[in-house]
Ligand binder design. Structure first.
Ligand SMILES: [Zn+2]
Length: 481
C-alpha cells in the first residue's frame, strides 16, 4: 500500500517535472569527432534514463549467467542428498526387519552416494551381520572404530560378532572397552558381568559388581531393576569361595585354617549378609563352620535362612548340626532339633516332614502321623509318600503300606538343583550349567505331583472301593508323567 502511494507520488512528481521541462526546455548541441548532434534537454534526459535502465539490466543479466553453474550444482547436490537420505532410511528399515539383502543394496547405494562415511560403514556391517557374513561384518565394524563418535557402535557390533563366533575372551575384552567408553550402557554392563561369570572370572565379576553394582542395580527406565545386585553378589561370592576351596584343596585334614578356607568363609559370610537365605552359600558354609567348631554361627545362619525360606536343604543342614565326625546324631537328639526347627516355622510342610521323620525314629507314631499328614497337604513327593508308608508299616497297616508305596513309585522324586535351560540335574548349585553353558540357570526345583484338588487324608482301610479308586489315581498319574 505504502509502495503504491510512493509510486503515485513519484509518478506525479515525474509528470510535474515533465511539464516543467516542456515549459523550460532548451537546446543542447554536441560537436565531437566530426559528429554534430543538436537536440533538446528533455530528449537527453529521457535517453540518459533509458541508458541507465539498460545498463542495470545488463549487469543483472551478467551476474545471473555467472551464478548459473553454482545454482545448478546446488540443485544437483540437493537431489543427491535426498537420494542418500532415502537410501539410509531404506537401509535401516531393512535392518530393523532383518532383511540382509535389501540392507546390503541400500548400504551400497549410501556408499556410492556418500562415500566411506560412518553411516555407510555401519549399514554395511549390519547388512553383512544379517547375512551371516561375520568376516565382512567384522571388517566394516573395525573400519568404523577409526571414526570419532561411532567407536561405541563399532565395539558393540564387534562384540556381537565375537559372541556369535564363540570367542568369549575377545567378547570380554570388547565389552570392557565398550563399557569403559559408555558406562551408562546397562545392557553392555550386564552382558559383561554374565561373560565374567561364564568364564569363571569371579574376581573380575566381584570387582565389577562392587564398582558398578549401584549403577547396574539402578531402576532401569524408571520401572524394572536391571539386575538384583544382592543376588548377583551372593552368587559371585559363593562361586568364588567354592572355586577357591575346590582348587586349594578340600576342607578335610590339616588345612582347616588355611588362608583359602578363611578367605572362602569370608566371601560366604558376605554372600549371606546380602541374601541370608542363599542356599548354595549355606550348603558350602555350614560344613566349614562345623569344621572350625563354629556351631553357633552355623545354627544362627540356618535359623535366619529358615525363617525366610523353609528350604529342604536348610532343614537337612540343620539336622546335621549335632553330628560329629566320630558320632552321627540320632534318636532323641534329632527329635529335639526337629522340634526346634518346626517351632520356627509351624506352617511349613517341610518342617512338618522333618519332624515326622524324627518322631518316627524314636517310635513316636502319633506325632509322626500327625506331622506327616500336615506335610502331605503340601508338595506330593515320593519322599513324603515313603514316610507315610513307613509310618503305616510301624502301625502294622499292610494294605496302607502297599498303597503309599504305589504312590511313591509314581510320584516325582526329582527335588534338587536343575538347569532351567536344558533340564540337567546337579547335586550342587553352580553359576554355569556344565551341560549347556547357560549362566545363572541352575535353581532348586521341587518336582511334585500336580495337585488335583482331592484331599489326601488317611486311606480308608479294608475298603475295596477306596482301594480301587486310589489304584486308578496312581495309574492316571503314571500316564500323566
Ligand atoms: Zn543347562
Amino acid at each position: 500500500m505504502i509502495r503504491l502511494i510512493l509510486f503515485f507520488i513519484v509518478l506525479i512528481l515525474a509528470s510535474f517535472a515533465a511539464v516543467w521541462m516542456a515549459d523550460n526546455d532548451g537546446v543542447i548541441a554536441v560537436q565531437w569527432l566530426g559528429w554534430h548532434i543538436e537536440t533538446t534537454v528533455s530528449v537527453v534526459l529521457v535517453a540518459a534514463t533509458v541508458l541507465y535502465l539498460v545498463l542495470i539490466g545488463l549487469v543483472e543479466l551478467f551476474f545471473l549467467v555467472l551464478g548459473l553453474p553454482r545454482r545448478l550444482r546446488q540443485r544437483s547436490a540437493l537431489a543427491h542428498h535426498d537420494k542418500a537420505l532415502i537410501a539410509i532410511a531404506d537401509g535401516f528399515s531393512a535392518v530393523a526387519v532383518g532383511d540382509g539383502e535389501r540392507a546390503e543394496r541400500a548400504a551400497n547405494n549410501v556408499n556410492r552416494l556418500l562415500g566411506d562415511k560412518p553411516v555407510a560403514l555401519l549399514m554395511q556391517a549390519q547388512a553383512a551381520g544379517l547375512q551371516g557374513n561375520s568376516a565382512k561384518s567384522q571388517k566394516h565394524y573395525t573400519a568404523l572404530l577409526e571414526h570419532k563418535g561411532t567407536e561405541f557402535a563399532a565395539l558393540r557390533g564387534l562384540l556381537t560378532v565375537a559372541q556369535e563366533k564363540g570367542d568369549i575372551h575377545e567378547a570380554i575384552s570388547l565389552a570392557e572397552q565398550a563399557f569403559a567408553l559408555q558406562p551408562t550402557s546397562l545392557e553392555v554392563g550386564v552382558g559383561l558381568l554374565r561373560l565374567y561369570k561364564q568364564t569363571g572370572r569371579y574376581a573380575d565379576a566381584q570387582l565389577f559388581l562392587e564398582k558398578q553394582g549401584k549403577r547396574l542395580g539402578k531402576i532401569g527406565n524408571g520401572k524394572t531393576a536391571v539386575i538384583d545386585v544382592s543376588q548377583e553378589k551372593a552368587q559371585v561370592y559363593t562361586a568364588r569361595a567354592r572355586h577357591l576351596l575346590f582348587t586349594q584343596g578340600s576342607i578335610s585334614g590339616d588345612n582347616v585354617l588355611s588362608d583359602a578356607v578363611q578367605q572362602s568363609i569370608g566371601w560366604l559370610e558376605s554372600a549371606l549378609k546380602l541374601t541370608p537365605d542363599f542356599v548354595p552359600a549355606l550348603q558350602t558354609a555350614v560344613p566349614l563352620w562345623l569344621k572350625l567348631e563354629r556351631k553357633r554361627k552355623a545354627t544362627a545362619a540356618l535359623e535366619k535362612a529358615w525363617k525366610v525360606q523353609a528350604h529342604p536343604v536348610i532343614s537337612a543342614l540343620y539336622m546335621t548340626l549335632d553330628s560329629t565326625a566320630d558320632k552321627p546324631s540320632g534318636g532323641k537328639q534329632d527329635l529335639k532339633r526337629a522340634k526346634k526347627l518346626y517351632a520356627l516355622q509351624p506352617d511349613s510342610v517341610e518342617g512338618a516332614r522333618v519332624l515326622a521323620a524324627a518322631a518316627l525314629q524314636v517310635d513316636n507314631i502319633t506325632l509322626a502321623r500327625q506331622r506327616a499328614l500336615q506335610a502331605l497337604s503340601g508338595a506330593k513327593t515320593a519322599a513324603i509318600y515313603r514316610l507315610m508308608a513307613d509310618i503305616a508299616s510301624c502301625e502294622g497297616e499292610e494294605a496302607e503300606v502297599e498303597d503309599w508305596d504305589m504312590r511313591a513309585q509314581y510320584a516325582p522324586s526329582g527335588a534338587g538343583w536343575q538347569c532351567k535351560e536344558c533340564g540337567s540335574h546337579y547335586a550342587q548349585w553352580d553359576v554355569v550349567c556344565g551341560s549347556c553353558g547357560a549362566v545363572s540357570s541352575i535353581a532348586w526345583t521341587e518336582q511334585a505331583e500336580a495337585t488335583d484338588g482331592t484331599e489326601d487324608g488317611p486311606l480308608p482301610l479294608a475298603d475295596k472301593g477306596g482301594e480301587e479308586e486310589d489304584t486308578k489315581k496312581s495309574t492316571n498319574i503314571g500316564i500323566e508323567s
